[in-house]
Ligand binder design. Structure first.
Ligand code: FAD
Length: 391
């Protein structure tokens, strides 16, 4: 008899209260029914399935951990499980959602004034307003903290923004984009809520991506883009405030990496029990089992790590280095897991219809975004040695 395929080997989900398990089950159902059947098609076309947004909104999970402003106020631990659940089927969809719920809503939740939170968060929670987050630039990625070149200058009741942003997820269709720019007067980094119809704001789709193809990333050019002072994030006063948002979303990316690894492991387990060579399922061969068990060991280590990470977040104990270590470790192990899985699929491993090729490609983007391995390692290194390698 073939056992049930389940990558939650240490039954971590069972430790959550029943009402949280119910929310996970709803998201799992949504991903299996609405996303899995279309995931490869949209990935291949490089289009985003806009029709899923209202259905996703019904799950009531955007801004999951925020309190007030129409947000559900659940735990970070539950949020992690949901990120894993989405990435387990399609990392593009979990990325789209992470930008909306974590980066865009998070910027307003952490750095917005009461009026700004009241104006935007309820609509974004219902996903009637879609957001994006523009920090990275064509020439400045890892070094954004000191190297941001997009500028803002106050002119009366307005700010004038000039510069470019690269890789901005959702920004080809988002209603608002959070733009981070350096103030020409005090040299500090400030954040702005920029609306899509602003005449100085020009997003252009980045074509020919080989990973996360369903996610729409934009190159944004801003030429004398005028934004009222009332749309400047009132509590974003320096890059430290921007980092606060990234710390939380980085924890989410670690969970996404776990989801991607879990999806790849579960696909491999299923496939090796179905695929026969030499007259028996390939899952019966010792070398195949060794690979499956290696994957499961990595996956279980990743899961237990992010579980504790989110507990620390819920307890208000999460520091940058905690999130960075999980991001580094989980994305590294994810890369190994998807490679092992692809290997077990043989030739079929490079065909889109078997899902695993998409996981292998998408893993590369997750590995690099929200801080590369090197940058997150240096954040941990600085914390444990007391020596900053950045300067
Ligand atoms: P670079 O900074 O040019 O790095 C190149 C290499 O140099 C890396 O290996 C890096 O680790 C290494 N390196 C750099 N500095 C050091 C150092 N001090 N020591 C050792 N090694 C170093 N950004 C947004 O603002 N919003 C988004 O929505 C968004 N979405 C994205 C989606 C995708 C699919 C991708 C690929 C990127 C996205 N990004 C987004 C940008 C992402 O965060 C950056 O790509 C990432 O921070 C790395 O920057 P970079 O690509 O410019 O690489």
């Amino acid at each position: 008899e073939i056992p049930e395929v389940n990558g939650d080997f240490y039954t971590l989900e069972k430790t959550l209260p029943p009402h949280e398990q119910e929310i996970i089950a709803q998201v799992r159902d949504f991903m299996e029914k609405e996303i899995r059947p279309i995931a490869n098609e949209y990935w291949n076309k490089g289009h985003f399935p806009m029709h899923i947004i209202p259905k996703m909104a019904k799950l009531n999970i955007a801004g999951l951990t925020y309190k007030g402003y129409g947000c559900p106020g659940h735990s970070a631990l539950l949020e992690g499980f949901l990120a894993m659940e989405m990435a387990r089927v399609d990392t593009s969809i979990s990325t789209f959602f992470g930008v909306q719920s974590g980066l865009a809503m998070g910027s307003i939740y952490v750095c917005g004034s009461e009026e700004q939170k009241t104006e935007w968060l309820p609509q974004m929670q219902k996903m009637e307003i879609i957001g994006a987050f523009g920090l990275t630039e064509p020439k400045v990625g890892s070094g954004v903290a000191g190297g941001l070149t997009t500028t803002c200058k106050r002119e009366g009741d307005e700010w004038v923004i000039n510069g470019q942003k690269k890789w901005i997820g959702n920004a080809t269709f988002s209603d608002i984009t959070i733009i981070w720019a350096r103030d020409l007067d005090d040299q500090q980094v400030k954040g702005f809520i920029v609306k899509k119809d602003n005449p100085g704001f020009h997003p252009e789709k980045i074509e020919n991506k080989m990973a996360l193809r369903t996610v729409q990333n934009a190159l944004i050019t801003m030429k004398d883009c005028r934004v009222p002072e009332s749309d400047r994030l009132q509590n974003a006063n320096s890059f430290k405030d921007t980092s606060e948002i990234l710390r939380l979303t980085r924890a989410g990316v670690a969970w996404q990496a776990v989801g991607c690894g879990r999806g790849a492991y579960e696909a491999a387990l299923r496939y090796t029990n179905e695929r026969k060579q030499f007259g028996r399922p390939i899952a019966g061969f010792q070398l195949v089992q060794d690979l499956l068990v290696t994957m499961l060991g990595d996956l279980t280590a990743m899961q237990t790590m992010v579980y504790r990470l989110s507990q620390m977040q819920d307890a208000g104990e999460l520091k940058d280095e905690h999130a960075s270590l999980a991001k580094v470790f989980c994305t590294l192990r994810m890369r190994t897991i998807v490679d092992h899985s692809r290997e077990l699929f043989g030739g079929n491993g490079i065909l889109l219809e078997y899902d695993i090729a998409r996981f292998v490609a998408d893993a590369e983007a997750i590995y690099s975004y929200e801080g590369t391995k090197e940058i997150n390692s240096l954040i941990v290194g600085r914390a444990i040695t007391g020596q900053s390698a950045f300067v």
